[in-house]
Design a protein around this ligand. Structure first.
Ligand SMILES: Nc1ncnc2c1ncn2[C@@H]1O[C@H](COP(=O)(O)OP(=O)(O)OP(=O)(O)O)[C@@H](O)[C@H]1O
Length: 231
């Protein structure tokens, strides 16, 4: 089943005198359960592409369908609700809310979805345990290492049971050990819960774990390789 369909996607930035074709005609599909990396040099359009897949940025032309729904047909609170219910985000800089504990950060989206306390408690506990933070549920981000904060961010991205998770350079600020732990956790969640992960990365360790590697350059896909054991 196709979770994401990207059709001839274009993003042109007009902010200076020179037009920048950040994404220049990308067509791609992602199936349920993929573990895919988008790689490419700095400025090649990876973040712009992920932001459009996630409905955080509007394309200049082309379209993104999530589970058959065209994101461009959704506006305002409909788009926000659609994102909340279907897409989990993990950012390079963790983006946790400093005054909230690991548990509160993880359940934040579930609260926005109107889930009750019992459901929130059960899901956040399960997720924080699965990312190895069962003992740190009441710690605030400042008391956690970068790797631990990113694991909370992964738990948060999954709390709402999204169709897929988009991770923009999730290991950029992590040391080797934390990177390895985070990758093992994402891979386990991918295999056990069949959650689709699409990440952008410069990190060779992440590329090695990915079962599909899409290379972009100058806003275009220049190669799309599936490894053995991949989809
Ligand atoms: N808001 C913006 N306004 C104008 N130009 C932008 C904007 N965002 C990105 N760009 C330009 O679009 C191109 C693609 O940028 P993007 O951030 O998507 O690349 P990237 O592959 O994610 O880079 P990196 O690996 O360094 O994060 C670059 O030339 C960048 O300067």
């Amino acid at each position: 089943m196709k979770v994401i369909e990207i059709k001839d996607l274009v993003k042109i930035y007009n902010e200076s005198e020179v037009k920048v074709h950040a994404v220049n005609g990308i067509t791609l599909d992602f199936e349920q359960g993929e573990f895919a990396a988008i790689v490419g040099p700095s400025g090649s359009g990876k973040t712009t592409l992920l932001n459009m897949i996630g409905g955080l940025d509007d394309p200049t032309s082309g379209e993104v369908l999530v589970d058959g729904t065209a994101m461009s047909n959704l506006k305002g609170s409909d788009l926000t609700d659609f994102r909340l219910n279907n897409i989990g985000f993990v950012f390079q800089s963790y983006n946790l809310i400093p005054v909230l504990t690991a548990k509160e950060n993880t359940e934040f989206v579930m609260r926005l979805q109107g889930k009750n306390s019992k459901e929130c408690d059960a899901r956040t506990e399960e997720l924080l345990k699965s990312v190895g933070l069962g003992e740190r549920m009441n710690a605030r981000p400042a008391k956690l290492s970068g790797g631990q904060q990113q694991r909370v961010a992964v738990a948060r991205a999954l709390a709402s049971k999204p169709k897929f998770v988009l991770a923009d350079e999730p290991t950029a600020n992590l040391d080797s050990k934390s990177t390895e732990t985070l990758l093992d956790i994402m891979e386990k969640l991918n295999r056990e819960e069949n959650i689709t992960f699409v990440f952008s990365t410069h990190d060779a360790r992440v590329v090695n774990k990915a079962r599909r590697v899409i290379t972009v350059e100058d806003g275009k896909v220049i190669s799309d390789e599936r490894k053995n054991g991949g989809e």
